[in-house]
Each structure stands twice: as structure tokens, then as C-alpha cells.
Design a protein around this ligand. Structure first.
Ligand code: T1G
Ligand code: NAD
Length: 712
């Protein structure tokens, strides 16, 4: 009975096949979409190694992946379920223990457990398309199948820690220079390269070479110790509340203190601690949510139109940032401004970004010149006659925007996509003002547009599906995280922001200080609190919004005047040297301002409020309850497709800590009954503001959670 038939029989259930190629047993992992190491793959790998050892015709084993990747890692979907044997550490130990040389031939992704399988192999080859990494930290985990013990033995403590703490992917060339791989394939034909390398090793009589026994990279113990302590100190400072980074350092430390198997045991212990941490659940939710948001009805129903060139109207804060993002995606940009002076300012805004990168050594003069070669500016709309897509970013006034769209309707070619970056205006009204509303869509970038990942794709009533699909395609080109949003005041993000910002203002009026609120929000994991954010963005923007909404505001709703008092004094924040905080000599970090506290006391007295103290815990319960409740309303009204769309929006656009998954995921982890109970408690003070979302009430009554709506 030959090998193939043996394994075939055994492997009908497993996505692992084995074929004898001369004296080499080619073991192929074929588990779409990314060859994740699900239980069937793990079993298939162990069976293949045992079969190879048992068959005298086999002199070496070659591991390879079918499709676009080697192995994308452990199967993340299995996390949180009952683990089935063999475990991944056992699989890696079995590969390493094989009595015949095992070679890994890598193309595409070899990430996490995928790289750990390769590290357990005795020799590694990669072709140019390979990307290798141990990104478990991005999932709240650490490499749990020997990576923390084998990687340092191959590439040293410093490089291994950098790889694990950054979670970044390295290309084949860098992997070779690091020592992660032994051979760079000359062509993209991974199989041919792998088989040739295996033949060569057999001809040389290359021995089994177990990574657990490698010592060279750890020889300089002082340097290793120094690298470890430096990483521990840096991580302690930088990990901002993250659980797993310091566990990674602790696991790697074992390579300097304990024998291999004891190090593996410690790694396992620390891995299980990370698995038990709520951060793992939050980060894995974020991982899948960032992929689910791409699945909108329009992206399933329609093909995107071609995007070969882009026009940007308006070269201000947003227009310039958008132009930079488009240039970085390799596309040509034509910027339109009102007049030559404004155009020059627009171009200067773009150049300022590049000059900043050059000053940091992150861009060369030549690269800047190459980018600007694709930048054109004009004050004539006729220059947009041939572009595929236009993004309007002019003043936030309906009249100005409709005038711009009238020009676009006049000059743009049939089929051009016409997008607006408005923050609040009615996109249906913009579309209705021209002859082709089906080509009008909202593309709501966040400032700075070349940095912020979030892109709200706002879908007005008349837009065609392929225009929405084109917007998603643009997001992919710009490496943005797109979220589909329905049309309402503030779309998903700004609408929810307005509500939890209101809750913060009510806390302020009731007795909490802006500085205590900001501290509580930072301690929860945000980079900044709401009052710091207002000072950064400019209090005048919020003031303009409050004035715009005054006409439609519910007269029964409580209105807090404190922020208006500051704006009336011109205290808009960093740009005016003071806002909620003082910014002496243009400082970026603000200091508390006793005059602001005095104004707050004055306004409380006017409002007849006797201030009281709040604990940080109570501040966050109110702040988050307001956010979650409005998130539920946004889902209920179909403005957001699923709760996960709210999560991705708040994480990538509003600083919600990613390791908590997003407000809706956080609510599920806290328990919806508790959130609803909080809202009902707060409603005793203010039943109008604290009206429980009917969706939240319904889910609680049916014992369901928000996640149950994510895959409905
Ligand atoms: N497990 C399960 N599903 C996965 C997966 C994984 N590891 N990786 C991707 N998918 C799904 C993904 O949800 C999507 O599904 C589809 O595959 C295509 O993904 C013990 C514990 C490999 C670079 O962190 O970085 O190993 O939306 O759209 O752009 O130490 O996916 O189609 O239904 O991203 O070509 C460590 C995670 C795991 C790598 C491919 N590994 N994956 O990118 O496709 S933890 C990772 C990626 C671990 C061990 C530990 C990328 C990719 P759907 P995609 P892509
Ligand atoms: P900005 O004032 O910095 O820039 C607006 C630019 O538009 C100016 O340079 C002006 O000269 C130009 N302009 C005005 N009328 C024009 C016309 N008819 N033709 C060509 N150019 C014209 O404003 P901004 O902050 O960049 O905001 C632009 C848009 O983006 C607004 O709709 C705003 O709501 C939205 N937005 C702003 C932010 C933000 O944080 N600033 C974030 C998201 C969205």
C-alpha cells in the first residue's frame, strides 16, 4: 500500500494531502480561505509526519500551502470553544521531532501558528510573496505553539521580541536577513523551489536540525538580557492597558533561564491567561468585524466602476488630507479650488504633510517629487472632465455644496462617481439638486484624512449599488476601514458622538469636572477624553453644530450652556491657546484652567444645580450607556447594518479602545440587562434623555445580545 492511498484514506476528512515526489513526501495544507490550522488540519499534519516516518521510501517531508497562503495561523474561529486534540503545540513538537528532515516552503502568509509550524520544521524556504509574522498580540494573545521559545533561538531575543510585540509582517528578504528562513526562492513557483531545495538538502545529507537545540542566537546572554529589559520597560510604558504584551516578554525571558520544554510549559500557561482575558474576546471581535463591514448589500450585488483618477474639490483641512491619501494609493489627483490663492494654500497643505515625513526621515526628496508628479491643481472645473471619481470637501454649507455639484454635473463624464465629504448635511438634497442623483454618495473621511482609518460610506436614497461598491473599492485602495451608513443627521459616528457628548455635559453640570471626566475616559482606554478632543478639533465646530440644531432641538430637552460660554469668549481650544484646558505657548498637552471651573460653577448656579461628586466608575457607566443606547437606535433604524458596524466606527473613528471590541461588544460583555438597568436608573433624573432604545429593551426581554444581530 503506497503512501498516497494511505493518507488519502486517512485524509478524506482532513484538508491535508500527501504525495510522494521522488523521495520527498509533499504534504499540502488546503483549508480555504487562509489554510488556518483547524482541528482537521492539525490531525492531518500529525498523520502525515507519522506516515512519512513509517515509510522507508520517504527521505524528507515538504510542507506547503494550497491557494494564496502557506498558513494564516491557528483557526481564530475555534477560540473560546472546547479545544480538540491535538493542540497546536503538540503538532509543532511532532513536526520538530520527525526523524526525517522537514522543510517548509512558504508563500503568502505564514502568520502566528503558521510561522510556528515553519519554525518547528528543520529548514525553511520562502518565495518573494511571503509575509511572515507572529501577530498574536493584535488578537490579545501571544504565540502559543512554541513561537516564544523557537523564534528567539533562531533570530535572537531582540528581533524576536520586536516581531512579537509589533505584530508586523516581514517580507522574505528581511526574513532571510533575520534568520527566520534559510533560503529565498528564485521564482514564485513555491512547489518547484521547495522540491529543489529538499533534493539539494538530501544530496548534501543534511541532518534533522531541531530549532529547540539552536543556541547561536542566544549566545550573547548579556545582549539578550539587555534587549529583554529594554523591551519590558518600553512595553510597560507603551502598552496602554493591553494585557498580552508583557506576557510575551515574560515568555521570551524563559529562553534565557529555562530548558526548552520548561519554557514551552510557561508559554502555555501565559497563553491560557491571555485566552481568558476579555481583551482577547474584544480584539478577535474587532478582527472579524473589520472584515464583516466589507460585506454590504451593494458590494454583494454590484461590481465597482473603474477608479483610475480622482478629483478633490476644496483644498482645506479635509481636501488636502484626502488628496494625500489618494496620492499614497498611487492614483493621480486633480484639486479644484475657488481661486489661485486658495489653490496655492491647498497645495501647500499637501506639501506640508510630505515635508513633515521628510523631517522624520520617513520620505525622501525623490519620493516626494514622485508623489507630487501625480498632483494637479486648477480653479477650472473643466479639469475634472475625465476623472472617474470626485470628492467634494468645501465649506459645510448646503448652498456652496449644491453649487459645486451643479458644476460637477456640468463637466464630469457619464459614469463618474460624485462624492461629498459632508459631516452633517442631507446628501439626498445634494443628489436631488443635480441630474444624476444615482451617482452621488457620501464619503465621510475623518481628520486627518491621510491618517484616520475610518471611512463612512453614506448611502442616500437614490444612489445606485455599483456607486456604493465603487466607494468600498476606493476605501480598499486607500487602505481605509469602510463602514456603510444610512442617511441621518450625523450618520453613525457623529450621531452617537452627539449623544455621549451630551451625557458628558450633563455630568459636568451635575458636578463632575471636565478633567475628572477626561481622566476616567482615558483610564477606560481612550487616547483622549471628550473635552481634550473638543480642544483638539476646535470648540467652534461643535458650537456651529449646536447653533444649527437649535431650531429643531426638543424644547423639553435639558440644554447645558457651559460650552457656549467658553466659545463666546473665543476659547476654542488648542488653536486659540485655551479652551477647556490652557495651552501656554502652543503646548499640545493642556493644563486644567481654574477660570473654566469658575464658569462651570456659575452656570450650575444659574441652572439651579447643586453639584455632587461622581466616581469614575459612575462617569463611565453614564458615558457608555448613552453611547450604547444610541448605538442601538442607529442599528434599529438601519442606519448601521449591524452592531459590529457601530463598533468598527467608534473604534476607528472615535478612539474607542480596540481591545474592548467597540461599545456594542462591550455592552454584550457587561450584559445588556445591566446596561438597561443603568439607563432606567438614570432615567429617573431625566426620562427624556435616558429613553431606553426599543432594540435594547427587546433584546433583553428575549435574552439575546447585540452579537446575535451581527450574523442574522
Ligand atoms: N482563522 C480563521 N479565519 C481566518 C484567519 C484565521 N487565522 N485568518 C483569516 N481568516 C478569515 C477572515 O476572517 C476572512 O473570512 C478570510 O479568512 C480572508 O481573510 C497558537 C494563537 C492571512 C493575511 O493573526 O492577517 O495563530 O470574511 O479578508 O486580506 O500562536 O487574514 O472571508 O469570512 O483577511 O487575504 C494568528 C490573521 C492567529 C492572521 C489574509 N494569525 N489573518 O489576508 O484575507 S492566532 C493571524 C490575517 C495564532 C498561535 C496563535 C489575514 C491574512 P471571511 P482576509 P487577506
Ligand atoms: P476648510 O474650511 O478647511 O476647507 C474648505 C475649502 O473649500 C477651502 O479651502 C475653500 O477655499 C474651499 N472652497 C469653498 N468653496 C469652494 C468652491 N466653490 N470651489 C472650490 N473650493 C471651494 O474645511 P474642512 O474642515 O476641510 O471641511 C470641508 C468639508 O469636510 C466640510 O463639509 C466639513 O464638514 C467636512 N469634514 C470636516 C472634518 C474636519 O474635522 N474638519 C471632518 C470630516 C468632514
Amino acid at each position: 500500500m503506497d503512501i498516497a492511498s494511505t493518507l488519502l484514506t486517512a485524509s478524506t476528512a482532513t484538508p491535508v494531502t500527501a504525495q510522494l515526489r521522488g523521495k520527498v513526501l509533499l504534504v499540502t495544507i488546503d483549508n480555504p480561505p487562509v489554510n488556518a490550522l483547524g482541528v482537521d488540519v492539525r490531525r492531518g499534519l500529525v498523520e502525515a509526519i507519522e506516515a512519512a516516518e513509517a515509510n522507508p521510501a520517504v527521505a524528507a517531508v515538504l510542507l506547503a500551502g494550497a491557494g494564496r497562503n502557506f498558513i494564516g495561523g491557528a483557526d481564530i474561529r475555534e477560540f473560546g470553544q472546547t479545544p480538540l486534540p491535538p493542540s497546536l503545540p503538540e503538532v509543532c513538537n511532532r513536526v520538530e521531532a520527525c526523524r526525517k528532515p522537514v522543510i517548509a516552503a512558504i508563500h503568502g502568509a505564514a502568520l502566528g501558528g503558521g510561522l510556528e509550524v515553519a519554525l518547528a520544521a528543520h529548514y525553511r524556504l520562502a518565495v518573494a510573496s511571503a509575509k511572515l509574522g507572529l501577530p498574536e498580540v493584535q488578537l490579545g494573545l501571544l504565540p502559543g505553539a512554541g513561537g516564544t521559545q523557537r523564534a528567539p533561538r533562531l533570530i535572537g531575543v531582540k528581533a524576536a521580541l520586536e516581531l512579537m510585540l509589533s505584530g508586523r509582517h516581514v517580507g522574505a528578504k528581511e526574513a532571510l536577513s533575520l534568520g527566520l528562513i534559510d533560503r529565498l526562492g528564485g521564482s514564485d513557483d513555491t512547489l518547484a523551489e521547495g522540491l529543489a531545495y529538499a533534493q539539494e538538502l538530501l544530496l548534501e545529507g543534511a541532518p534533522v536540525r531541531r530549532t529547540r537545540d539552536a543556541t547561536a542566537a542566544l549566545a550573547d546572554r548579556d545582549a539578550s538580557r539587555a534587549a529583554l529589559e529594554a523591551a519590558r520597560a518600553e512595553t510597560g510604558k507603551k502598552s496602554r492597558g493591553l494585557f498580552s504584551p508583557l506576557k510575551i516578554v515574560e515568555a521570551v525571558e524563559a529562553t534565557l533561564q529555562q530548558p526548552f520544554d520548561a519554557g514551552l510549559a510557561l508559554e502555555r500557561q501565559l497563553f491560557l491567561q491571555c485566552m481568558a482575558s476579555p481583551q482577547r474576546a474584544g480584539l478577535i471581535h474587532a478582527f472579524f468585524a473589520e472584515r464583516e463591514v466589507l460585506k454590504a448589500p451593494e458590494t454583494k450585488a454590484a461590481k465597482p466602476r473603474p477608479i483610475g483618477s480622482v478629483g478633490v474639490v476644496g483644498g482645506g483641512t479635509m481636501g488636502a488630507g484626502i488628496a494625500v491619501a489618494v496620492l499614497e494609493a498611487g492614483l493621480p489627483v486633480t484639486m479644484i479650488e475657488r481661486d489661485d490663492a486658495s489653490l496655492a494654500r491647498g497645495r501647500a497643505h499637501v506639501e506640508k504633510v510630505y515635508d513633515g515625513l521628510m523631517a522624520k526621515g520617513r520620505l525622501t526628496r525623490e519620493a516626494k517629487a514622485a508623489l507630487l508628479e501625480r498632483f494637479a491643481g486648477s480653479t477650472s472645473y473643466d479639469s475634472l472632465a475625465a476623472v472617474d471619481l470626485v470628492i467634494e470637501a468645501v465649506f459645510e454649507e448646503m448652498g456652496v455644496k449644491q453649487a459645486v455639484f451643479a458644476e460637477l454635473d456640468r463637466v464630469c463624464k457619464p459614469g463618474a462617481v460624485l462624492a461629498t465629504n459632508t459631516s452633517y448635511l442631507d446628501i439626498n438634497a445634494i443628489g436631488a439638486s443635480i441630474s444624476r442623483p444615482a451617482d452621488v454618495v457620501g464619503l465621510h473621511f475623518f481628520s486627518p484624512a491621510n491618517i484616520m482609518k475610518l471611512l463612512e460610506i453614506v448611502v442616500p436614497a437614490k444612489v445606485s449599488a455599483d456607486v456604493v461598491a465603487t466607494a468600498f473599492e476606493l476605501a480598499k485602495k486607500l487602505r481605509k476601514v469602510p463602514v456603510r451608513a444610512g442617511m441621518c443627521d450625523g450618520f453613525i459616528g457623529n450621531r452617537i458622538l452627539a449623544v455621549y457628548r451630551q451625557a458628558a455635559d450633563y455630568l459636568l453640570e451635575k458636578g463632575a469636572s471636565p478633567y475628572q471626566i477626561d481622566q476616567a475616559v482615558r483610564d477606560f482606554g481612550y487616547p483622549m477624553g471628550p473635552f481634550q478632543v473638543s480642544d483638539l478639533a476646535g470648540g467652534d465646530i461643535g458650537w456651529a453644530t449646536r447653533k444649527r440644531r437649535a431650531a429643531t432641538r426638543d424644547p423639553n430637552a435639558r440644554y447645558v450652556h457651559i460650552a457656549d460660554r467658553l466659545c463666546e469668549r473665543g476659547w476654542f481650544g488648542q488653536k486659540t491657546g485655551r479652551g477647556w484646558y490652557l495651552y501656554p505657548e502652543g503646548a499640545r498637552a493642556g493644563t486644567p484652567d481654574p477660570e473654566v471651573l469658575a464658569i462651570i460653577d456659575e452656570e450650575r448656579a444659574k441652572a439651579g444645580v447643586t453639584p455632587r461628586t461622581f466616581t469614575d466608575e459612575e462617569i463611565m457607566r453614564r458615558y457608555l450607556a448613552a453611547m450604547i443606547n444610541e448605538g442601538a437606535n442607529v442599528v434599529r433604524e438601519g442606519i448601521a447594518l449591524r452592531p459590529l458596524d457601530v463598533d468598527v466606527t467608534l473604534v476607528h473613528g472615535y478612539g474607542f479602545p480596540r481591545y474592548r471590541g467597540g461599545p456594542m461588544k462591550y455592552a454584550d460583555m457587561v450584559g445588556l440587562p445591566k446596561v438597561l438597568a443603568d439607563i432606567r436608573e438614570f432615567a429617573q433624573e431625566d426620562p427624556l434623555f435616558w429613553t431606553p432604545s426599543p432594540l435594547l429593551v427587546d433584546l433583553v426581554e428575549r435574552g439575546r445580545d447585540f452579537d446575535s444581530l451581527n450574523h442574522a
